[in-house]
Ligand binder design. Structure first.
Ligand code: 5GP
Length: 129
């Protein structure tokens, strides 16, 4: 237990607690919530790039996809990705299609350093670039 607590402390050191999604998770700033459970939170993007633009974030403190997979336990990881699927069903976008994106680092164009998945749908999203 002590080992796990120390590990979480170490992980938190690498993580910017003041990023905007950390503030949303702490309810310091509001969000337009779509779905929430013990492990994740889904909400509408403030600056939508498609008719439907939802962001999904794990509650586990991690800056990007690799850190999430490296540092979170299997329950966190599987629950988060199952929730992505659950939200896709809730949004009723399975039939017409959708795009999932996760940006990482400078080259990926990541703005907010808390791992998140963009769910884009509701219209043809178009080519990647
Ligand atoms: P990134 O570029 O990091 O992959 O995506 C960050 C996303 O977060 C952007 O699409 C941006 O519009 C969204 N975003 C930034 N600040 C806020 C906020 O305060 N609330 C919400 N709901 N979305 C935000």
């Amino acid at each position: 237990m002590k080992f796990i607590k120390n590990l979480i402390k170490e992980i938190k050191k690498m993580y910017d607690e003041n990023n905007i999604f950390a503030k949303i998770l702490r309810k310091e700033i509001p969000c337009d919530k779509i779905y929430e459970d013990e492990f994740s939170l889904f909400f509408n993007d403030i600056n939508p790039k498609a008719k439907i633009h939802v962001l999904g974030i794990p509650k586990f403190p991690c800056s990007n996809f690799s850190e999430f997979l490296k540092n979170a336990d299997n329950e966190n990881i599987s629950s988060f990705f199952r929730s992505v699927e659950l939200v896709i069903n809730k949004l009723n976008i399975e039939k017409n299609g959708y795009r999932l994106i996760t940006n990482t680092g400078q080259n990926g164009g990541q703005e907010v350093p808390h791992f998140h998945i963009h769910i884009l749908a509701g219209e043809k999203i178009g080519v990647l670039r």
